[in-house]
Design a protein around this ligand. Structure first.
Ligand SMILES: NC(=O)c1ccc[n+]([C@@H]2O[C@H](COP(=O)([O-])OP(=O)(O)OC[C@H]3O[C@@H](n4cnc5c(N)ncnc54)[C@H](OP(=O)(O)O)[C@@H]3O)[C@@H](O)[C@H]2O)c1
Length: 358
């Protein structure tokens, strides 16, 4: 290890050297104070280095791209939730927002709350003809400047039932919006984003890092993560940056507990008698209760997510991934790095099992 040999003599050796330089007959000074001074100096240098790195990162984080008012950003799913707040936030910041809403009602309400810069279009991300029309609409507006930002935000969720309770169609329904919708919208707008050397921001979830319940939602978000990773590498050749937003749980219509409980009940009602007996009414009741108990823990502050989206769109050095919310940062993300057997044990311990579990 030549690197280690070149690192210089250890502090005790330095002290020995110092003391050997003393004249014979002089009182030998204890090496202890010199060692402690050296250690203190080392800690001081280290603290200064860490502080400097932190300052540099802080400065780098705050570098903003120029000419923001000339830039167009297209956002899907702007009727409510994160998409709606982001559209209003970017509009206030002076960007040219092209907001796609699922319904004309949502579009009208958004227009009423924003400046004339913001324009809306209706878009259903599950329909190819709707995507083609929206892409043409965007092209007409951005012209030669291209599209600076594409935010794939539209999404749906279903009750977190066991996979066995679901049909193929349940999976198709969610994958069509959350994954295939993201892919088709991206492919349709990619030439315009490349022209502007812009940004693609895909909304995933912490459930795209750790799959804690059955159904298509986690699968769709794992898919968004995989799609974003390959896209990021491919588009880096053209100066396009791809960021993934991974929110924890937030209070929006997607996490509305009444709607999720209703969906849970519907899935239960259509089960065969055999499956109902295997799981039991107690299983159903405890899962329903969990939806109610967890609700107050969901964050109300949607800006934690939209600020990450805004950073991904406006910063000179956007991150590849953004974890939004305390639960994402402190619970789900660390959990995703744990060995699988520990996560399995944790989930086993937390959830009430089926009535006929072994
Ligand atoms: N809230 C959370 O805890 C959370 C956590 C992690 C990730 N996310 C993700 O964040 C994104 C936004 O969700 P949100 O929480 O803001 O919920 P939200 O308020 O329900 O927003 C979702 C938006 O997508 C729209 N939408 C639904 N189906 C669509 C379709 N086929 N085509 C186009 N738009 C469609 C919805 O329109 P309507 O309102 O008209 O139905 C709504 O505007 C989603 O991708 C979601 O998976 C949310």
């Amino acid at each position: 290890m030549p690197g280690c040999l070149e690192a210089g003599p250890p502090p005790t050796a330095l002290c020995a050297l110092k003391s050997s330089c003393l004249n014979r007959g002089q009182t030998l000074v204890s090496p202890q104070p010199a060692v402690s001074v050296l250690c203190k100096a080392m800690w001081l240098y280290l603290a200064a280095l860490v502080g400097l790195c932190y300052l540099l990162c802080w400065y780098r984080e705050r570098q903003v791209v120029s000419h923001l008012p000339d830039k167009f950003v297209f956002i899907t799913g702007c009727d409510s939730g994160f998409g709606n707040l982001l559209a209003r936030q970017l509009d206030m910041r002076g960007l040219k927002v092209l907001a796609a809403c699922l319904t004309e009602k949502g579009a009208k309400e958004l227009r009423a709350q924003t400046s004339d810069r913001l324009q809306t279009v209706t878009l259903d991300v599950t329909k190819t003809e709707s995507i083609t029309a929206a892409a043409q609409w965007v092209k007409e507006r951005v012209g030669d400047r291209g599209l600076w930002g594409l935010v794939n935000n539209a999404g749906i969720a279903q009750a977190s039932t066991p996979n066995e309770w679901l049909t193929k169609q349940d999976f198709v329904d969610i994958l069509n919006v959350n994954l295939l919708g993201v892919i088709e919208v991206t492919l349709s707008l990619l030439p315009l984003v490349r022209k502007a050397r812009g940004r693609v921001v895909n909304v995933s979830s912490v459930m795209g890092r750790v799959s804690l319940f059955g159904g298509g939602y986690c699968i769709s978000k794992y898919g968004v993560e995989a799609f974003s990773d390959s896209l990021r590498r491919e588009l880096s050749y053209f100066g396009v940056k791809v960021a993934v937003i991974e929110p924890g749980f937030f209070n929006t219509s997607i996490t509305n507990s009444e709607r999720l409980m209703q969906s849970f009940q519907e899935k239960w009602d259509r089960l065969s008698l055999e499956v109902k007996q295997i799981y039991g009414e107690k299983f159903l009741a405890s899962h329903m209760k969990r939806l109610v108990v967890l609700k107050p823990l969901f964050s109300q502050d949607l800006s934690l997510v939209t600020n990450c989206m805004e950073h991904a769109l406006t910063a000179c050095h956007p991150h590849t991934r953004y974890s939004a919310g305390w639960d994402a940062k402190l619970l789900y993300l660390p959990m995703s790095y744990l060995p699988t057997f520990l996560v399995d044990a944790w989930m086993y311990w937390l959830s009430s099992g089926p009535a006929k579990a072994l």
